[in-house]
Design a protein around this ligand. Structure first.
Ligand SMILES: Cc1cc2nc3c(=O)[nH]c(=O)nc-3n(C[C@H](O)[C@H](O)[C@H](O)COP(=O)(O)OP(=O)(O)OC[C@H]3O[C@@H](n4cnc5c(N)ncnc54)[C@H](O)[C@@H]3O)c2cc1C
Length: 391
């Protein structure tokens, strides 16, 4: 595995972008690949590996520490996520959630917050950060959250439940969004909540179909008290802060989808070359050859949409529907490619002894989180047609 395979896109990549990708590919191959199947079975959250990846800068790649340049631009970031997700998409998604939280903190933190939270995250001392928006009653409709923060003397008291929070099993710091009704109807405020805050606890770790070692958990707030110094950005403007990181994060899920599909294609091609039926390798059958050709073509389409989105974000600082197009195309492609490569494996593809089985399960959620495929279509349609008038 090397950066040479990027050549086929006929785009210029900087030396920094290629070096970051090579470092991440090496880490994925040497450190993540060997234990990925065992972690998938045990559901163990890989604290040590997350710390190692954090020490490489992987948990806050685009954030800026005092007097330093960010490690990565968006292009390098998505190349890194793709590389990591090839070998362990559970670690990949923890990386994506942490980078989302770090990017929002970077954009809104006070000097004190930068020193206390962001610098340690950038330098790998905090492990992964968690981003906590979703609740049992509010996912796509994030405006429907009910976790509340109420003012009390020199701080705020939080009550409510968050669900589906990636990396929560190992995180030290949580970026939490709560309704603050005294600041206006629908006002939401972002809070930086430390793990050991009294009144804050981890609930159930989800027993999931895939991404089994990503430590996804419920968060419980029972009169959890935080200080004014832990409010991130302007009080009441938390929803806008949450949305500010969404473009890069949707591109990162496109990158995860591409990483999983790249690995599936690699495995399928190797299997087709090796396995014989009717006395010849599967790769001699036209249906296998055409399937592989279709998968490579679909993968490259997704790559180009993702790279376009990353470049737009790097150039203009803002993208809208292009991130949704990349996420929609790549996650739907991932589902098709992994399914086809499992088919190439025949019965063996249905066995836990084969990596393609894990990829098949890991792939499914790509169409669900960071905005479902339906929500991405809605974003794209709205950009083209304006908001639908219903009712
Ligand atoms: C493994 C995993 C990890 C996650 N990690 C995080 C995390 O770290 N932090 C976090 O905050 N959240 C996280 N999430 C939550 C995730 O973002 C939500 O699950 C997702 O946004 C969908 O919300 P929902 O599950 O409530 O589904 P719902 O919103 O209830 O949607 C159900 C179905 O209805 C459709 N639907 C809903 N609204 C519309 C509409 N307006 N038009 C058309 N169709 C619609 C959806 O597309 C979907 O098919 C994670 C989820 C999973 C599964």
């Amino acid at each position: 595995m090397s950066a040479d395979d990027l050549e086929r896109f006929a785009l210029d990549f900087t030396a920094d972008q290629i070096q970051i990708r090579d470092t991440m590919l090496r880490f994925a191959k040497d450190r993540l690949a060997p234990g990925a199947a065992a972690r998938d079975k045990s559901h163990a959250f890989p604290n040590d590996l997350i710390s190692e990846l954090a020490a490489l800068g992987g948990m806050a790649m685009k954030a800026r520490a005092e007097g330093e340049e960010p490690l990565a631009d968006t292009t390098a970031y998505v190349l890194a996520v793709e590389a990591i997700s090839r070998m362990d998409a559970s670690v990949g998604v923890v990386m994506v959630a942490s980078n989302l939280a770090a990017a929002i903190i970077d954009a809104h933190a006070t000097d004190d917050q930068r020193q206390r939270y962001l610098a340690p995250a950038i330098h790998g001392e905090l492990g992964a950060l968690s981003f906590a928006l979703t609740e049992p009653g509010a996912g796509s409709d994030a405006g429907g959250i009910t976790t509340q923060a109420v003012r009390d003397r020199d701080g705020w008291v939080l009550n409510g439940t968050k669900q589906w929070i990636t990396g929560a099993a190992g995180a030290q710091l949580f970026l939490v969004f709560a309704r603050t009704p005294e600041l206006g109807d629908g006002a939401v405020t972002a809070f930086l909540v430390e793990k050991d805050t009294p009144g804050f606890s981890l609930g159930r770790v989800e027993d999931k179909l895939g991404l089994c070692s990503s430590g996804t958990a419920v968060l419980q707030f029972d009169d959890a008290r935080v200080s004014d110094a832990q409010v991130l950005g302007a009080p009441g403007k938390g929803y806008a802060a949450a949305l500010s990181g969404i473009g890069a994060s949707r591109l990162a899920i496109a990158a995860q989808s591409i990483g999983i599909a790249e690995r599936a294609l690699e495995l399928g091609m190797a299997y087709a070359a090796d396995r014989k039926a009717f006395g010849v390798p599967l790769s001699t059958f036209q249906n296998t050859r055409f399937t592989i050709a279709d998968c490579r073509t679909e993968l490259d389409q997704a790559w180009l949409l993702m790279l376009r989105g990353a470049r737009l974000l790097d150039r203009d600082g803002a993208i809208r529907s292009e991130a949704s197009m990349a996420k929609l195309a790549a996650s739907e492609m991932c589902g098709r490619v992994v399914d086809k490569m499992l088919q190439v494996h025949g019965g063996n593809g249905y066995s836990r002894d084969y990596e393609i089985e894990r990829l098949y399960r890991d792939a499914r959620v790509m169409r669900i989180f960071e905005g479902t495929s339906e929500i991405q279509r809605e974003v794209i349609a709205r950009a083209l047609l304006g908001r639908a008038e219903t009712g």
